[in-house]
Design a protein around this ligand. Structure first.
Ligand code: G6P
Length: 368
């Protein structure tokens, strides 16, 4: 009801603004600064068990799968462990190859998504170590995995997932840190990374403060019929998630693309009414993505540049700019996705869309 939304017009807006607190709740008591690691007691496996994992498979659907992709990158980069993400629906029917040293992580806000649950059952049947990352306590996936990490994000009502995503990414980063510390990641480097995790709520606050700036950009492009989001590395899943948010609530046809793939097809669709949101944060690959964004400009597409604070010069020559705090590559999905959530929200609001209850969508999909 209206009362629960408080001062906010929609649950989605309320939940976006709850993210600093939600992330604080997710990470509370789970960082060990002295050992430079994460303490995830619900995972119920020792350092010795963690050291034996030789592959991580992450399964989920929709936004949860995008959070898994960020985790995939972090686990490979920090822990040097082979990690893959797969759509739960594909995993369950593909007869996946599983060994006892595989860790299968199922990510699900609701803990009830049919395909993700079926993937959990398949992974267990094949003898993998299975863990859940769920928000809803006591949900089916949480119960059937038997081990895992709860988000503690509080109830998410808006159909378009926001705070669950940033909290899922927070958990994935802590898991990557825990596994990495059983391998080659040094204690001091672990401590440094833990401090960055601790700072994430503050980074999100800085983006939320720019709500009005982002709203102004959104209004400018609210009449578009198509939009592209491009990024590389840790920002590739963020591009996918930014496009998904826009589709879900505004009905604008949006596609998230790897910046390098754009020229293999979608660039043919660009014209002056098709904005390209280019994720140009200060992380490896930035210069390449800049080149791709310039190619878009050359096809008359307006470019909205998302750049790191202190690196604003990158936006020169582009049409609009959104500045997010500068932070290490693995952390940057968090502030960046919040900017894209706000952008999608304000485009949908300007179009008069039913933001909390978009047509044809359900909060949790319990059928195939
Ligand atoms: C539905 C929701 C999405 C969500 C997906 C997975 O499609 O509308 O927001 O990302 O299901 O849900 P889960 O509860 O498994 O995270």
């Amino acid at each position: 009801g209206a009362a629960e939304k408080g001062e906010f017009e929609h649950f989605m807006l309320k939940e976006m603004f709850e993210q600093p607190q939600a992330i604080r709740n997710t990470i509370r008591g789970r960082l060990d600064f002295e050992m430079g690691t994460a303490v995830l007691s619900g995972l119920d496996f020792s350092e010795r068990d963690a050291a034996q994992i030789n592959r991580v498979l992450v399964v989920g659907c929709g936004t949860s799968m995008h959070a898994g992709m960020v985790g995939e990158y972090a686990i490979e980069e920090m822990a040097g462990v082979n990690a893959e993400v797969e759509q739960a629906a594909e995993f369950r029917y593909r007869n996946p190859i599983i060994t006892p040293n595989d860790l299968v992580i199922a990510i699900s806000q609701s803990g009830e998504t049919a395909d993700t649950l079926a993937a959990v059952r398949e992974a267990r049947q094949k003898g993998a170590l299975v863990a859940g990352i769920c928000n809803v306590v006591g949900s089916t996936i949480a119960r059937e995995t038997g081990r895992g990490v709860y988000l503690h994000a509080g109830p998410e009502i808006g159909v378009a997932s926001t705070k669950a995503f940033t909290c899922q990414v927070s958990v994935m980063l802590m898991m990557a840190l825990k596994i990495a510390r059983t391998r080659r990641l040094a204690g001091h480097a672990g401590t440094q990374f833990a401090r960055w995790i601790q700072r994430m709520p503050e980074l999100v606050e800085q983006v939320l403060k720019q709500n009005d700036v982002i709203k102004a950009v959104a209004r400018k492009y609210a009449k578009c019929d198509h939009a592209f989001f491009i990024g590389r590395g840790y920002l590739f899943p963020v591009a996918l998630e930014g496009a998904l948010k826009l589709k879900e609530i505004s009905y604008v046809h949006a596609e998230g693309y790897h910046a390098a793939e754009l020229k293999h097809g979608p660039i043919a669709l660009l014209e002056e009414n098709t904005p390209v949101i280019a994720l140009l944060n200060n992380i490896p690959g930035k210069d390449k993505t800049m080149g791709n964004a310039e190619e878009c400009k050359a096809r008359n597409a307006p470019v909205i540049a998302v750049v790191s604070e202190g690196d604003e010069a990158v936006a020169e020559g582009f049409d609009d700019v959104i500045v997010v705090p500068d932070c290490p590559p693995a952390i940057c999905p968090i502030p960046t996705v919040v900017a894209l959530q706000l952008l999608a929200y304000h485009i949908a609001a300007a179009r008069g869309c039913e933001i909390d209850q978009p047509r044809n969508l359900a909060k949790s999909v319990t059928v195939e």
